[in-house]
Design a binder for this molecule. Structure first.
Ligand code: ARG
Length: 591
């Protein structure tokens, strides 16, 4: 099924031709069409054109109006203010447009694909092996997953990369300890060998703490641990096998958390730091030979004019340490080569905490100097802010420790289940538990996605599961309510009647539904899921006022009016469903 041209695009085209008909130099001038409170749309672009053509803007606007053909689409157009155009859309066009969207059997509501999709490698959801996942990992996963959905929806080829921290000196310590205490990772739990995520994490945590205690108190163990790092990097099979145990055990845990988050993470997309080990030496050689990196006090460094420490001296990006070891930067530079030359990406996107912004700035600039990135192949960090507690300080437990992600999710599910139970009329216990999970996880995701990523936000569960206000629960209830209306309508089915005159509330709802396509395109282009949440929240609000003012079932309107209103309700439900899916949030049929 073909995509549907949105009303605003059609109006835009009408205006563009009227502008060119008025003044040839207007070709390509943006009419600056916006939704408006005074009319359906307002166009402000004539002001700029008047300046360019040295004409009186109001007179020019009047001239443009004379070239606009009114009809089904543009019912009325008038000049207002200093030279704006106020445009009113015909009811027939609104209903007709939505009917075309409704008929799209792909579920895309007529939303077109991007004109020139490319290939994006997105780096997100990157926890660290043998470590607990905390709220920072939540943001990367939630924002990243939504951006993946948005980009794929626009037709972009998306390659997911989970750059987990699975390499580095701490593994020498862990492996050596495991070698000396070989049964520490054995599973005590179920006979069938199945291990829960919680169990896996507590094994790792216990082992990590014990290894660290040895490392800090036993000099000889420390020496053996250091030797083990060298073995690991050299690829000694026995050492690698032990390392693999840690990775596998951690993955059991990661997958359990991602499942709780209702998020699909695929094993082949997990390419951690270790995955670039074979490229590190070559990356350094290339950088040194091209002169991008230079030796300084034995280390291989890249310098930047604008990156200086408090003493005014330049602080370099260290690609290789003076002892020959490679760090985080060498890995990221190698990953860039892999993503550009093997995966053939034209966009690299990194969903990473804003506190790593300087690292990425230096890494990207280094890659540009090396010629791996350029104007056609670009890299960008989608930096996110910190999750704060209710007190406005970085989120911590009462004991001052970082909050475990699982604890936080469990609490959200508990709170949400209480809300669902309170409103539940005909739900079974099993259904309450299931909906509670969908509502709780949705609430956490929505709160994260509805503030623009670069800002900090307060983690406030009371607010997140509130039924009133800008929350996912509010949207989920709007969706479930429409499903209930459709059920109650019995044999009256949704049906479009373009010949009917629309109520003001129906017009507002209809025009907003039409804007779904452009909202999704914008949110995808700008990696800005919060633009989609704002759109959906407004959609639910417009639906509420439509439903208040325009009876659908009781008092029963004429049959054709009832059908048309059910149709508007159903388009709203489908748009909510699709929009929420792009945020990774479920829309239960009953709540
Ligand atoms: N594992 C890192 C952390 O927990 C994030 C990795 C970000 N991605 C990257 N390519 N450096 O902070």
């Amino acid at each position: 099924m073909a995509s549907v041209t949105s009303l605003s695009d059609s109006v835009q085209q009408h205006l563009a031709s009227a502008l060119t008909a008025t003044r040839p130099q207007a070709a390509g001038v943006d009419p600056l069409l916006r939704r408006s409170d005074r009319a359906d749309y307002q166009a402000n672009g004539i002001l700029a054109l008047a300046k360019k053509a040295k004409a009186n803007p109001r007179e020019l606007a009047t001239e443009v109006v004379s070239h606009i053909v009114t009809g089904d689409l543009i019912k009325d157009v008038e000049v207002s203010g200093p030279g704006f155009l106020n445009i009113t859309i015909g009811d027939r066009a609104i209903t007709g447009n939505l009917a075309a969207r409704y008929a799209d059997d792909t579920g895309r509501l007529g939303v077109p694909h991007a004109e020139h999709p490319g290939t994006t490698v997105i780096d997100y959801a990157q926890p660290n092996v043998a470590k607990e996942m905390h709220v920072g990992h939540l943001r990367s996963a939630v924002i990243g997953d939504s951006v993946v959905q948005l980009l794929e929806f626009t037709g972009e080829t998306v390659v997911r990369r989970h750059h987990i921290g699975d390499w580095g000196t701490q593994f020498g310590m862990l492996i050596q300890y495991l070698d000396e205490h070989p049964h520490e990772l054995d599973h005590k739990g179920a006979d069938d060998g199945a291990v829960s995520g919680e169990e896996a994490m507590s094994n790792l945590d216990r082992l990590y703490k014990a290894a660290r205690r040895h490392f800090d108190s036993d000099e000889e163990f420390k020496t053996r641990a250091r030797r083990r790092v060298v073995d690991l990097q050299a690829g000694d099979p026995k050492t690698l096998a032990a390392w693999q145990k840690f990775v596998d055990e951690s993955k059991i845990y990661f997958f359990s958390v991602f499942e709780k988050l209702d998020m699909e993470i695929r094993d082949p997309d997990i390419v951690g730091e270790s995955g670039y080990n074979d490229m590190l030496a070559e990356t350094c050689r290339m950088l040194e030979e091209s002169g991008v990196a230079v030796r300084s006090e034995g280390a291989l460094c890249v310098f930047f004019d604008d990156v200086k420490g408090p003493d005014g001296k330049q602080v370099p990006l260290i690609v290789q340490k003076s002892d020959g070891g490679y760090g985080y930067a060498a890995t990221d530079l190698s990953a860039i080569r892999d993503r550009v030359f093997n995966l053939k990406a034209d966009t690299l996107l990194y969903v990473v905490d804003a506190r790593q912004s300087l690292h990425f700035k230096m890494v990207f600039e280094t890659a540009r100097r090396a010629g791996w990135l350029n104007d056609d192949v670009t890299a960008q960090q989608l930096a996110f802010g910190t999750v704060l507690g209710k007190d406005g300080k970085p989120f911590k437990t009462r004991e001052g420790e970082t909050v475990r992600l699982v604890d936080l999710l469990d609490e959200a599910i508990d709170r949400a289940s209480a809300v669902v139970r309170e409103k539940a009329q005909d739900l079974s216990e099993r259904e309450i538990a299931e909906r509670g999970t969908q509502v709780g996880i949705g609430a956490v995701k929505y709160a994260d996605l509805s503030t623009s990523a670069n800002r900090d936000y307060k983690f406030d569960l009371d607010q997140m599961v509130s039924l009133n206000g800008d929350t996912s629960v509010y949207l989920q209830y709007a969706y479930a309510r429409i499903q209930s209306i459709l059920r109650k309508a019995g044999e009256v089915r949704p049906g479009a009647h373009p010949e009917l005159e629309l109520h003001e509330a129906e017009r507002s709802l209809g025009l907003h539904l039409d804007a779904f396509a452009e909202t999704v395109a914008e949110a995808a282009r700008e990696y800005a899921p919060h633009k989609l949440t704002a759109y959906l929240y407004q959609l639910a609000s417009l639906f509420t006022s439509f439903y208040d003012k325009c009876p659908v079932i009781k008092p029963a309107p004429p049959r054709d009016v009832a059908e048309n209103r059910l149709f508007l309700s159903d388009v709203t439900a489908r748009t909510l469903h699709q929009g929420m899916a792009l945020l990774g949030i479920r829309t239960p049929e009953r709540l």
